[in-house]
Design a protein. Structure first.
Length: 357
């Protein structure tokens, strides 16, 4: 019997969602700093059979933590100790920014979903870069064989206009690429005004080309580059992005970000409306996320890495994405509902799949 759902209901379900997140994340980091996380690793480390190759890197598990949980690189080592094969940090912007006014994070418990309009709150690329460097060095010491992978997700600063978006992304690429195992260009959050307009292929092409060139130059090596897209794109636009990724020889696509849609929810319309604007994540995204994955797989034909995220809750969900063409799978929202041993439980069940024997 799992204890955490009861603990969540008693300790967190009544609390402001952002405050609960901060308390939970602080507890995870405390476990690491006290040494408890290292002891836990004996039970949470992924089985060797789960090692996965993607864009020239070896991941301890195909299952990782999506961007949004650790926005500023404060808990990479601690999160890796919970069994995630990779931790994607961010979204990080060229300039430090507070994000949108609170309240800005809301749970829809009946739907196992979350609505957020955080607005890329973070310390800025220059402040985050040393944390990434330190965490990467620590993971290399602790895992002399295959270590957890660090991804870095970058976005546009709110105060920067769309006409200056490329130079703003380049600030982040220059600062963060040297310590990143891979880099993600986020053009799909609904919480920065105008950002999603950058998903248009004519705008996206020069942005991705410039970021890729700058990242490799700053790091002195090839830094795998991916783009993260929204589930709200039309099928035709998804096809266009996939063809652009192939043309630019990107390393992968992450599908999908949160959605602005509010259809098919179990929560009452009044409750959903009271949450206001923002991106919806969690179980309601499952169907569309799978549809986008299938479409990308059809267009790209396995020529680049597909990372599937959106509505992932169980090991069965992860395996379904892998079977549908994803090389890597990410989760986030279910972590809030399932607790700290969620990744370890998924890894344990994945290792029993017939394909792993």
């Amino acid at each position: 019997m799992r204890v955490y759902p009861t603990f969540f209901r008693l300790a967190f379900s009544w609390m402001d969602a952002e405050r609960a997140h901060k308390i939970g994340f602080k507890a995870i980091r405390l476990a690491h700093s006290s040494g408890a996380g290292r002891l836990l690793q004996k039970f949470t480390a992924p089985a060797a059979s789960l090692q996965t190759q993607a864009f020239g890197l070896t991941f301890p598990s195909p299952f990782g933590l999506a961007a949004g949980f650790d926005k500023e690189g404060h808990g990479i080592e601690a999160l890796a100790e919970l069994g995630f094969g990779h931790v994607e940090v961010g979204t990080i912007t060229g300039q430090a920014q507070p994000g949108n006014p609170a309240p800005r994070l809301f749970r829809l418990v009946e739907d196992r979903a979350v609505i957020n309009r955080m607005g890329f709150n973070n310390d800025g690329a220059a402040a985050v870069a040393p944390r990434l460097k330190s965490a990467r060095a620590a993971l290399q010491r602790q895992h002399p064989g295959v270590r957890p992978v660090i991804g870095v997700n970058i976005g546009k600063s709110k105060v920067v206009g769309l006409e200056d978006a490329v130079s703003d992304y380049l600030i982040s690429a220059r600062s963060l690429a040297p310590a990143a195992d891979y880099l993600v260009v986020n053009v799909s959050s609904p919480n920065t005004p105008g950002l999603r307009l950058l998903q248009d292929v004519e705008t996206l092409r020069p942005l991705l080309a410039a970021v890729g060139e700058e990242a490799d130059k700053a790091a002195g090596r090839h830094v795998p580059l991916l783009v993260k897209i929204a589930p709200d794109l039309s099928d035709e636009d998804i096809d266009d992005v996939a063809r652009l990724a192939l043309d630019l020889k990107l390393d992968g696509i992450i599908a999908t970000n949160t959605t602005i849609a509010r259809t098919g929810l179990a929560s009452s319309p009044d409750k959903v409306e009271a949450c206001g604007a923002g991106g919806l994540s969690g179980a309601p995204l499952k169907k569309r996320s799978l549809e986008v994955l299938a479409r990308l797989k059809s267009v790209t034909g396995g020529a680049l890495t597909l990372v599937s995220v959106g509505g992932v809750e169980t090991a069965q969900d992860v395996q379904e994405r892998l079977d549908a063409g994803a090389t890597l799978v990410q989760g986030y929202t279910a972590f809030l509902y399932e607790g700290p041993f969620w990744a370890a439980r998924i890894n344990r069940l994945l290792a029993t799949h017939p394909s792993r024997r």
